[in-house]
Write a protein of this length. Sequence first.
Length: 284
Amino acid sequence: LFQISDTFDFPLLSLAAFKMSMHKAIRYMRDHKMTAKTLELAIKHRRILKEFRFEKIRSHHLPQLMDLSKGFFEDESLTSATQSTIDDCARMMEFVHSYAIAAQKVTDRSMICFHRESEYPIGFRLSHPVYRHESTAPFPIPVLPLMNKQELSLFSSLDETFNQVWRIFPDEEVIYKGEVCYIDRRFRSAGLFQVWVDYDLDFPLIAEETGARYFAAVGTALQSKGMYLQRGFHSAYTSPSTVRDKQGNEVPLPAGEMKLLVKDMVDASTIDVHPIWKALRWVE
């Protein structure tokens, strides 16, 4: 697949220890049906570990998550179509982040990313279980705020697309939701999105932890829609290519229709570099 040269920049292990760790990583890949692409990605983008660090989100991260959401609103296809800003939708975005923080009790996989040199937060990734009947959630769900017209315009379109999952899978009581993966545009060329979108997402383990069989995400951006499809997700539902703004006008989505992208987690694998980096002792 590749050669380890004398320019390899993680001299934490002796050559013998490195080889043993590499064999361990390859065994893990085989046992978990991971593809060679995972190992290739883990080596290719190893410098991410020097430039960035990940933290599991907690309540004290909420102000940073809200600040990052300003950039998310500037880049997102749906927010552009509905002319939504973080100022218009602050209450609902706080709810989105608060829900993800509360759901950490179950899977603890939502993260915030920091640039090591500046210590500034530069992105977040939210993924968590959602329930057909909220009363069955094993954690206290934050109170849903009363939405204004702008929030209704934005979130009703998202919810209408995602909630198709309950119609498509009528026997499922819980779904694991990929809420959002956002990275500050200044850092998108570093390969961070390719690594982070599946980072530490062990699908069979998540299925066991949550009782959810399916992972589902709403793809709104061209990059995310394409990447999910490349990674074996299937499009279970496609929205119209237009939405309504807060005045009720029908407006086009800049990135085209939204897609509900779904994958069966029970026997599935992800392109998750975390266990490879862990086997090589690059992360805890």
